[in-house]
Every structure is written in structure tokens, then in C-alpha cells.
Design a protein around this ligand. Structure first.
Ligand SMILES: Cc1cc2nc3c(=O)[nH]c(=O)nc-3n(C[C@H](O)[C@H](O)[C@H](O)COP(=O)(O)O)c2cc1C
Length: 185
């Protein structure tokens, strides 16, 4: 299974990026996870949505060709970071490459609530008509106090988090396979 990860932070020491990299490495035998670079994606502009720059078309093609999307988001001011909303706007227009594509969400923050509000809003956005992405239900990954659960190399050191993540990955794969069967019936 080919999954692309879209991380809502572009800072170099991002916990969310490290988290996505941890998932990429730990579950490399379960799926192929590519973390997409959204650093250079320009602001969405409806004037150029039909002829966007190559950075945008490459990004959209990678999402289009993936079996699923993993969203890994920080929380900014109680919601989804603008950089993530921006790429979602691109994905929601013209060829609408997200429609029907399965998604799952994770998020990490230094606060205790671990991106609860951001994920709540992201879920709503992913159900909008231009995205309409089926979302893994009942497996909400909120990693609060992430700085106490991860070492400097980005390895998770908190055993309950690792075990929970293992269970979510299993649930995602089961759910994904179920979705695929439903599509082929
Ligand atoms: C503009 C801004 C707004 C933030 N708002 C929140 C917030 O609403 N809730 C929260 O838990 N953390 C908030 N934080 C702290 C982030 O959780 C923290 O900076 C985190 O490390 C960002 O994710 P990253 O490490 O992947 O870049 C905010 C940080 C910034 C820069």
C-alpha cells in the first residue's frame, strides 16, 4: 500500500514531521509511506487553479497516485495550521484528487490536549464536497506533551504511545482493506 503523509508544519525540528518519520520507519514492512514536501507550494489562487505551477501539479499527482493520505498536524491557535488549509484548497479544486481517497489523522503538540481541536476541524474539512475523503473512524491519535515522549532522534520513548500507534496502524489497514472490498463489490 502506498500512503502519502502531509505534515502541517514546515519547521525543520517539527515534532509532527519527526512523528511522521517515526511512523514511516516503524511500519515500513506494512506500507510505503512518502512524506510530501509542501514547503514550496504557493498560496492557492483561483485565477491559476487550472494552470498551477509544476510544484502544485507534482504534489497533486503524488496525492492522486497514493492509496491513502496520512495527515499529521500541529494545532495553531486552536485550529488547523494555514499551510495545511492551503494545500487542502489546492486538492479540493479542478481534478479533486482527494474524492473517495481514504484518510487518517494524527497530531502532536507540547500541550496536554495533543491537537484535539485542530483534528476536530480537520475532520470537518475533509468531509467537504471538494475533498470528500472517507476517514478512519474511532482511532484518534492525539499525542500531547510530545517533547516528553520523543528523544532527540525522533524515536518515541513512551511505550503506551507506541502500543497505541501499533493498534491504530492495524485498525487502519483492516479498515482500508474493508474500504477496498466495498469499492470492488
Ligand atoms: C502560531 C502558533 C500557534 C499555536 N497554537 C497552539 C494551540 O492552539 N494549541 C497547542 O496545543 N499548541 C499550539 N502551539 C504550539 C505548538 O503545539 C508547538 O509549537 C508545536 O511544536 C508545533 O508543531 P511542530 O513541532 O510540528 O512544528 C502553537 C504554536 C504556534 C507557532
Amino acid at each position: 500500500m502506498k500512503i502519502v503523509a502531509i505534515v502541517g508544519s514546515i519547521r525543520k525540528d517539527s515534532y509532527n514531521l519527526k512523528f511522521a518519520q517515526y511512523v514511516q520507519e516503524r511500519y515500513q514492512d506494512r506500507f510505503d509511506l512518502e512524506i510530501l514536501n509542501i514547503r514550496e507550494i504557493p498560496f492557492f489562487n483561483q485565477d491559476i487553479e487550472k494552470k498551477p505551477s509544476v510544484v502544485v501539479t507534482d504534489f497533486k499527482n503524488k496525492v492522486k497516485n497514493a492509496d491513502a493520505v496520512l495527515w499529521v498536524t500541529p494545532e495553531y491557535n486552536g485550529t488547523v495550521p494555514g499551510i495545511l488549509v492551503n494545500v487542502i484548497d489546492w486538492l479540493s479544486r479542478v481534478d479533486k484528487v482527494m474524492i473517495g481517497k481514504p484518510s487518517w489523522i494524527m497530531g502532536a503538540s507540547m500541550g496536554n490536549l495533543g491537537t484535539v481541536k485542530a483534528q476536530m476541524h480537520l475532520r470537518d474539512i475533509l468531509f467537504s464536497p471538494g475533498i470528500n475523503s472517507p476517514l478512519l473512524p474511532s482511532n484518534e491519535v492525539y499525542v500531547g506533551a510530545v517533547h516528553t515522549k520523543m528523544d532527540e532522534d525522533g524515536d518515541i520513548t513512551h511505550q503506551p504511545t507506541i502500543e497505541f500507534l501499533d493498534s491504530v496502524v492495524n485498525n487502519f489497514i483492516d479498515w482500508f482493506n474493508q474500504q477496498s472490498q466495498n469499492v470492488s463489490v
